[in-house]
Design a protein around this ligand. Structure first.
Ligand SMILES: [Cu+2]
Length: 284
């Protein structure tokens, strides 16, 4: 005798244990399918929302809050960099590799890695506040810092720039140079600049003291750039002096860097409207 199909069983018939197990299994499977479907729908709708309305998902751009110095309490740090020891004699720069360069100077150019002034001080020393301004953000000036290549020589040799400020590189020579800042924290780059080319404009994104700059074509060309996160830097002049203006009151570490003699630092505390003074001494 053939078994009758289950669908035709009387409704009130008591289910066997096997039938109950099958029924439970089917329910579980149906639930699983439902969960997967709902999850998929949520995922799709979620991704659709995020892709169709990006502006509502992304955070608004934060405007940088620049630190403003209160002029009524700002002070200054002035000083000198003194040279002690025997003044080194002039060291002629050999430009024989390129007669155009050599002719420009008529063989009389001396190296500028140590410049001892007539008053026994040093020029071309980079002085800047190294510590004490953490947490303050200073807006970069809109004016660029300019470096020229003239007579196959960088002018100036030592310069400071604020992070985010434009560096404008000129070529005043009738020949091609290749400007190459050997940055280690910032991005290293080099770029050829033919005679009459438009000035190069670049920025440094991070503080870095110092960045050596060379020309890949003329191996005697050197410059040094101090990239600083604030405006408190200076290069010593022909009398060895420097001046940091408009400095907020505080305690600072001030560093002096010289191309051959290295670095020195000193601490200074500036009272409101205070006038600090620092003397650095480098021995030859
Ligand atoms: Cu060059």
């Amino acid at each position: 005798m053939r078994d009758r199909p289950q669908s035709k069983l009387p409704k009130n018939r008591r289910l066997t244990q096997l039938e109950r197990k099958r029924k439970v299994k089917v329910k579980i499977q149906k639930s699983k399918v439902l969960i997967v479907c709902v999850s998929t729908i949520l995922l799709i709708s979620g991704s659709a929302c995020s892709s169709s309305k990006p502006s509502t998902q992304s955070a608004p751009a934060l405007k940088t809050e620049w630190f403003k110095v209160d002029p009524s309490i700002a002070g200054s740090v002035a000083g000198k960099v003194i040279f002690e020891g025997k003044k080194p004699g002039p060291k002629k720069v050999d430009m024989d590799l390129d007669p155009v360069c050599a002719n420009h100077h008529q063989g009389s150019l001396s190296d500028e890695n140590i410049i001892v002034n007539s008053n026994g001080t040093l020029a071309n020393v980079f002085v800047y506040i190294k510590q004490g301004l953490e947490g303050k953000k200073f807006e970069p000036p809109s004016d660029p810092v300019v470096i020229d290549q003239k007579g196959c020589w960088f002018n100036p040799r030592v310069l400071g720039i604020q992070v985010g400020q434009n560096l404008k590189v000129l070529n005043s020579d009738p020949l091609t140079h290749n400007v190459h800042p050997l940055a280690q924290i910032n991005l290293e780059w080099n770029q050829s600049q033919s005679p009459g080319a438009t000035p190069l404009t670049r920025r440094f994104a991070e503080p870095e003291t110092m960045i050596r700059v060379k020309c890949n074509i003329h191996p005697w060309m050197h410059a040094w750039i101090g990239s600083v996160a604030h405006p408190y830097f200076a290069v010593t002049l022909e009398d060895g002096s420097f001046l940091l203006r408009n400095v907020p009151p505080g305690t600072y570490t001030v560093e002096a860097w010289q191309e051959k003699f290295g670095r020195q630092e000193q601490q200074i505390t500036l009272a409101p409207s205070g006038k600090g003074e620092i003397i650095f001494k480098f021995k030859g």
